[in-house]
Design a protein around this ligand. Structure first.
Ligand SMILES: NC(=O)c1ccc[n+]([C@@H]2O[C@H](COP(=O)([O-])OP(=O)(O)OC[C@H]3O[C@@H](n4cnc5c(N)ncnc54)[C@H](O)[C@@H]3O)[C@@H](O)[C@H]2O)c1
Length: 349
């Protein structure tokens, strides 16, 4: 069954949805609407139908799916209008800015009987999938520390992302992806504490980087860090388990695992430091550890649209669920509260 898609907001991500939704082979593009006439003209020049208004797009009866790719603060209003007009809705992330607004969107999807989800496309990232597999397989035992970082060095973009009124800032922009991943990795426990700190190196109004410590009820400590002022980057994932450690250095790298074979070693060669010798910090060798590389799993991000269409047809459950969307926003809200109070915040999420 073919579905017809209308895209609202035809900027960077709107253009991306146009290509990527088509490649998923389950939707036809009916057209786009952008509040900026220049973007509508750009669409027309590319042979894409541009509607004259949001209402015109929403009244096209062929369209059964609407993707919202506007700045963050208008997702809610457009999503509710679209569902009211009988459309199933994919909102770009963050789905909206607070849990209260999200509840209104969820209520609208129930009231109008429409499928409604958020585009958490980074659930298909192979670095995240390898981390999740390591957590689930326990091949280096129970994981107790996971550090998830992304680092750039160009500051926060100079567009709406730098403005509070548009829902700017890195916590909403990148944080939402990495927090969603964290809750997917540690899927067997609730979150009990959030401690978050913001950077303001290139922007005073919103965070241009942040560091969030997420403590899970089962004891897992999960760090999410986004930096835009890092001229040397840390690895994408650094993971500690009870029987070994792992590292994923970059987005597309394999997962390097060092597994402990023997805990005790009688003859440890000390390492030399400026202040003397240390055995405690001496590296292990192959007598007591083994090193191997976990392959990147197969992953196809086009499955997002494929799943959404099946959810519309009623043959599959939507992958990104309302309860998951709500949990992520609750963590974000606790993050803002923690920054405000400059202290850890106890939660039950
Ligand atoms: N999932 C991802 O990987 C990913 C990546 C980038 C951006 N995004 C998200 O996509 C959304 C758009 O980001 P972007 O980078 O494309 O921004 P952008 O500035 O490039 O594009 C936004 C477009 O929306 C239009 N617009 C603004 N208000 C509108 C309204 N009320 N009605 C219709 N059009 C309107 C603007 O004119 C602009 O063309 C954001 O929510 C962002 O967080 C997601």
């Amino acid at each position: 069954m073919k579905h017809y898609l209308g895209i609202i907001g035809f900027g960077g991500m709107g253009g991306w949805h146009r290509r990527y939704a088509m490649q998923s082979d389950v939707v036809e593009l009916a057209g786009i609407y952008d509040i900026d006439p220049i973007r509508c003209d750009a669409a027309r020049e590319a042979g894409i139908h541009a509607y004259g208004s949001l209402e015109e797009l929403l009244s096209d009866e062929r369209i059964d799916i609407v993707t919202i790719a506007t700045p963050n603060e208008v997702h809610k209003e457009i999503a509710i209008k679209a569902m009211q007009a009988g459309k199933n809705v994919i909102s770009e992330k963050p789905v909206t800015l607070c849990t209260e607004d999200l509840q209104e969107m969820i209520d609208a999807s129930k009231k109008y009987g429409k499928v409604f989800s958020v585009h958490q496309n980074r659930r298909w990232d192979v670095d995240f999938l390898m981390t999740k597999k390591l957590y689930d397989s326990k091949e280096i035992g129970r994981l107790f520390t996971i550090e998830s970082r992304i680092h750039g060095s160009r500051g926060i973009p100079g567009d709406w992302r730098g403005k509070k009124e548009h829902g700017g800032g890195m916590l909403y922009d990148w944080g939402i992806h990495l927090i969603d991943q964290a809750l997917q990795v540690v899927s067997d426990s609730k979150v009990s504490e959030i401690f978050c700190r913001f950077d303001h190196l290139t922007n005073k109004e919103v965070d241009d980087g942040f560091r969030m410590d997420i403590t899970f009820e089962n004891g897992v400590r999960y760090l999410v860090e986004v930096g835009t002022y890092n001229f040397v980057s840390m690895p994408r994932f650094y993971i500690l388990g009870e029987m070994g450690s792992a590292i994923i250095r970059d987005w597309q790298d394999k997962c390097e695992v060092v597994r402990c074979k023997e805990w005790y070693q009688s003859n440890v060669t000390p390492v030399v430091t400026a202040a003397g010798l240390t055995k405690t910090m001496a590296p292990r060798d192959e007598l007591t550890t083994e090193t191997y590389y976990n392959e990147r799993p197969a992953s196809d991000v086009h499955d997002y649209y494929r799943n959404f269409c099946k959810a519309v047809e009623g043959t599959e459950e939507q992958i990104v669920k309302h309860t998951e969307m709500m949990r992520v926003l609750k963590v974000i809200e606790a993050g803002f509260e923690s920054v405000e109070r400059n202290a850890p915040v106890k939660v039950d999420i």
